[in-house]
Design a protein around this ligand. Structure first.
Ligand code: SAM
Ligand code: SF4
Length: 352
């Protein structure tokens, strides 16, 4: 048996893959890559089904105290006009999403301390009381106490991508922070009972296949409930403006291997993939993805949440974006999920 087939067998048999097995899978080309994608599609269908979960994302603040080298919202990007949404504006976006049938809202922002712990807790409580939707938060690294009161207020999930498992690369890309501190936040979130999501960027400058394999092993170790895996896209007003974007093929392979190693995780077909290539999200859905985000950030401020240039959905109004997503799913014979799309617990026996 060749190395690729042997590595594929390891994960399909539910055995613990070694770092080299994952590197072998990520190196697949041609017919082997096609076999990897087919396997990921089969595992996705068997473990999480055909239905695709839709999430409404509301980007409520583009202010950020951090200076991540890759991100357009970084503190030192003085060219970006900033905004903050108030409670009324956030609630009206939530109302719109709920009225259109969305059962999850994702509140995301830069790390903006102006939104205090108690303020966010009050907001979550109000959303839960008024709309009964699942609430995912993605506000970056905060204190354990903030996470605790938000969970108590009813927040269901938290997204905090680990970004890269390579400690040195992490330190270089996120000045003043450490992978260890980020992982501590992820451990707190799990302890507090959140469905916790992690994830990484693919194609970061200085990233190797070995380091990508480390990302997948780390997410297995964390037993992550959701994993956002998308390509790095250079932003012209950041120090990484000259760097090359992550490739579509490597991102799809990373997603496919993640599906094989985290069979029951929720894996989005990311907006970044849709931005990188016109068919990016469709391809992701055939390689293991089972979640799509629809943007409900008010159109007046949407272009001020520019993480990277030209987000795929930047101009689409939610109604039109939803129509496009539904057409995409219909073309793939994938139904829209009707339930909340909570985490299916990572269970033993699949890839232990
Ligand atoms: N501030 C929070 C945080 O960092 O966790 C949440 C918002 S942040 C904009 C959301 C995600 O955007 C990050 O986790 C990162 O993976 C992604 N991101 C930032 N810059 C990017 C870039 N240039 N290309 C691709 N993804 C990027
Ligand atoms: Fe801020 Fe998040 Fe962007 Fe880093 S990735 S600069 S924490 S918004």
């Amino acid at each position: 048996m060749d190395r690729f087939s042997a590595a594929l067998k390891v994960v399909l048999d539910g055995k613990k893959p070694g770092r080299q097995d994952i590197v072998t899978l990520l190196s697949a080309r041609g017919s082997q890559a096609a076999a990897l994608f087919r396997a990921a599609g089969r595992v996705r269908r068997a473990k999480v089904g055909d239905a695709v979960h839709l999430r409404a994302i509301i980007e409520f603040s583009s202010h950020c105290r951090n200076n991540c080298l890759y991100c357009g919202l970084r503190r030192d990007n003085r060219r970006l006009p900033r905004y903050r949404l108030d409670e009324g504006e956030i609630m009206s976006a939530v109302d719109k999403a709920a009225a259109m049938g969305f059962r999850t809202v994702v509140l995301q922002s830069g790390e903006d301390p102006l939104y205090s712990g108690p303020y966010i807790a009050g907001l979550v409580e109000k959303i839960k009381r008024r709309r009964g939707v699942a609430v995912t938060l993605s506000l970056g690294q905060r204190s354990r106490e903030d996470y605790r009161i938000w969970r108590e207020a009813g927040a269901d999930r938290y997204l905090l991508k680990h970004e890269t498992s390579d400690e040195e690369l992490f330190r270089c890309l996120k000045p003043g922070s450490s992978l260890q501190a980020r992982l501590e936040c992820l451990h707190w979130l799990k302890e507090l009972g959140y469905q916790a999501g992690s994830g990484n960027m693919v194609g970061l400058p200085g990233q190797s296949l070995d380091s990508l394999a480390g990302d997948i092993l780390l997410m297995r170790e964390l037993e992550t409930d959701m994993a956002g895996i998308g390509p790095f896209l250079p932003h012209p007003d950041t120090p990484l403006k000259e760097a090359a974007a992550g490739s579509l093929e490597l991102t799809l392979k990373t997603l496919a291997v993640a599906r094989l190693c985290l069979p029951r995780a929720h894996l989005p077909a990311t907006t970044a993939l849709g931005t990188l290539a016109p068919g990016g999200r469709k391809a992701a859905l055939t390689c293991g993805a089972n979640v799509i985000m629809v943007n409900f950030t008010p159109p007046e401020v949407r272009d001020r949440y520019l993480i990277y240039p030209q987000k795929a959905d930047i101009t689409d109004e939610p109604r039109r974006a939803l129509e496009n997503v539904k057409a995409l799913l219909a073309g793939l014979a994938r139904p829209v999920a009707r339930d909340y799309g909570h985490a299916i617990k990572f269970s033993g026996g699949d890839c232990t």
